[in-house]
Design a protein around this ligand. Structure first.
Ligand code: ADP
Length: 205
């Protein structure tokens, strides 16, 4: 687990965003996306992830995938009972891994369920496991035609991961994948969390 890395990690500083070249009306959004020139800007949104109209929202689930409290409970309530019924077929999910389901009644088309680590004081591979949550969520998204994706602050609620190092892992994970998505949204549930993400993004981006 200690060897888990993001693509590009260790390869020097992350590149800054390079503006797209505007070449004409776009099929989606305001400009054509030219591979190699475009990097999705990471958006920081403050509010309820269940309201977001994106290809996929990520759920900070527990290993049963059958619903719980916090963001997990909010997602199951907004998606309706078919989500739990579908999740019963997924055979759970191990910490750091990710599984995908339809969004059912959510405005998001899909839900990517990942299980963050419970904070036990940093000596239990928590950082590697949290990195794996972001990496595996992005990878399953890429395999399922997901171009826009929103993440909650995984593990920072009931699971107790300290917010600053969790935000650093989240932002670094998003930067590592930003050239493969149209939109990446960091969904913060409070203005304080959003301020922290903005500060980390300014330092890392
Ligand atoms: P975990 O068990 O992984 O810690 P929680 O759901 O307890 O998951 O908390 C994860 C994060 O999600 C916390 O920062 C919490 O404030 C946030 N959160 C809770 N509800 C929502 C929601 N509806 N939309 C977005 N974020 C939420």
């Amino acid at each position: 687990m200690a060897g888990v890395t993001f693509p590009g990690e260790g390869a020097g500083p992350t590149l800054r965003c390079i503006p797209c070249r505007l070449v004409g009306p776009a099929p989606r959004g305001e400009m054509f996306i030219i591979r190699g020139y475009y990097r999705a800007m990471i958006e920081i949104f403050t509010g309820d992830i269940t309201t977001l109209e994106v290809d996929a929202i990520v759920n900070a689930a527990n290993s049963s995938l059958l619903g719980g409290g916090g963001v997990d409970g909010a997602i199951h309530r907004a998606a309706g009972p078919l989500l739990k019924q579908f999740c019963q077929t997924l055979d759970g999910c191990r910490t750091g891994e990710a599984k995908i389901s339809p969004g059912f009644e959510l405005p998001a088309r899909r839900v990517i369920h990942t299980v963050g680590p419970v904070w036990e004081g940093s000596g239990h591979y928590e950082a590697a496991l949290l990195k794996a949550c972001y990496r595996n969520s992005f990878e399953i998204a890429l395999h399922n035609d997901v171009h826009s994706i929103a993440f909650p602050a995984i593990s920072t609620g009931v699971y107790g991961y300290p917010k600053q190092p969790a935000a650093e892992i989240a932002i670094l994970g998003m930067l590592a994948y930003q050239d493969r998505f149209d939109r990446i949204i960091a969904c913060c549930f409070s203005a304080t969390d959003a301020g922290l993400y903005r500060q980390v993004l300014a330092e890392q981006g």
